[in-house]
Design a protein around this ligand. Structure first.
Ligand SMILES: Cc1cc2nc3c(=O)[nH]c(=O)nc-3n(C[C@H](O)[C@H](O)[C@H](O)COP(=O)(O)OP(=O)(O)OC[C@H]3O[C@@H](n4cnc5c(N)ncnc54)[C@H](O)[C@@H]3O)c2cc1C
Ligand code: FES
Length: 264
């Protein structure tokens, strides 16, 4: 983990409130593993001292990119950063996704900007798998061509049917499992809203498959000190569970570890 004064190389708004921010960060970019995140100090944010966590979407030598949605004060302010400006980042942080098991078939399930956490897994996977992207509307479905360019089969589902099949991404997943995936052993890699993660976890647990899920818990320090981000996981103790820090032991957990009834 390092603190770096990154320099903005490119910053563009993509669609529907999402932006792509590419920065030069020679101290951090080469160290990033799939599913890890950086903690960004948003410049010009006045009295707000908290950094904001973002998954590392792509890396290329000394550069890294994040894909973010404008949802509040920090991300709104981030949008004003221009090429050449500096920003302080800490990273890479957290335990990301393990390398896909080459004996299984990798299946990505992502909602909204969740696919930012999964691109590096897709890029490094020895087997080109299938990716299911879900969003409320077509505006929430991002970077399909980036995954297709890696040789992945991408299926899209939107709540309003404006792109791909109409309905939940897990419905598209179920169809594929029933029709096309009978002979294979899937291994799931997921990032998105908790409801989606829970739904994939239920399916994986029921059928004895492995599902790695990246949690999006709110964070304070990002480095394991403040306990803002804790999640209840099963434990071999009297109460049967313990807290784990999403920023440090996570954000990626195998779905069987998590006490899902405690996840909001
Ligand atoms: C490990 C990790 C990786 C993340 N990766 C990405 C990413 O790649 N791209 C991206 O756009 N966002 C990502 N997020 C979420 C991002 O950190 C928040 O959207 C951001 O901090 C909001 O800051 P803000 O000041 O704009 O919003 P705030 O003003 O702090 O909050 C505005 C609204 O957003 C909600 N919000 C704040 N933080 C989160 C969160 N962690 N999850 C869900 N809702 C939140 C708040 O509850 C509030 O409703 C990630 C979060 C985590 C923990
Ligand atoms: S955010 Fe502080 S312990 Fe995880």
């Amino acid at each position: 983990m390092k603190t770096d004064d990154a320099i903005v190389v490119e910053h563009q708004s993509i669609q529907g409130g999402y932006s792509l921010l590419v920065m030069r960060a020679p101290g951090v970019a080469p160290l990033v593993q799939p599913g890890q995140f950086i903690h960004v100090k948003v410049p010009h944010l006045g009295d707000s001292v908290l950094r904001r966590p973002f998954s590392v979407f792509k890396t290329d030598g000394d550069r890294l990119a994040i894909l973010y949605k404008n949802v509040g004060k920090g991300t709104r302010t981030l949008q004003f950063l221009r090429a050449g400006e500096k920003l302080s980042i800490v990273g890479p942080l957290g335990h990301g996704f393990p390398a896909p098991d080459p004996k299984k078939f990798p299946v990505i399930v992502a909602g909204g900007y969740g696919n930012a956490a999964l691109y590096l897994t897709a890029r490094t996977s020895p087997v080109k798998g299938i990716a299911f992207f879900g969003g409320r509307t077509a505006q929430d479905v991002l970077c399909v061509s980036d995954f297709q360019a890696l040789g992945w089969d991408v299926r899209v589902a939107t709540d309003d049917g404006s792109l791909g099949t109409k309905g939940l991404v897990t419905a598209a997943l179920d169809l594929w499992c029933a029709a096309e995936a009978k002979e294979i052993t899937p291994e799931f890699f997921c990032c998105g809203p908790n409801g989606m993660l829970k739904a994939v976890a239920e399916r994986a647990m029921k059928s004895g498959q492995t599902a790695w899920v990246s949690l999006d818990n709110n964070m304070g320090c990002g480095v394991g000190a403040c306990l803002t981000c804790v999640v209840k996981v099963k434990a071999d103790n009297a109460q049967g569970w313990e807290w784990k820090r999403s920023c440090h032991e996570g954000p990626v957990f195998e779905c069987r570890e998590i006490l899902w009834e405690s996840v909001g």
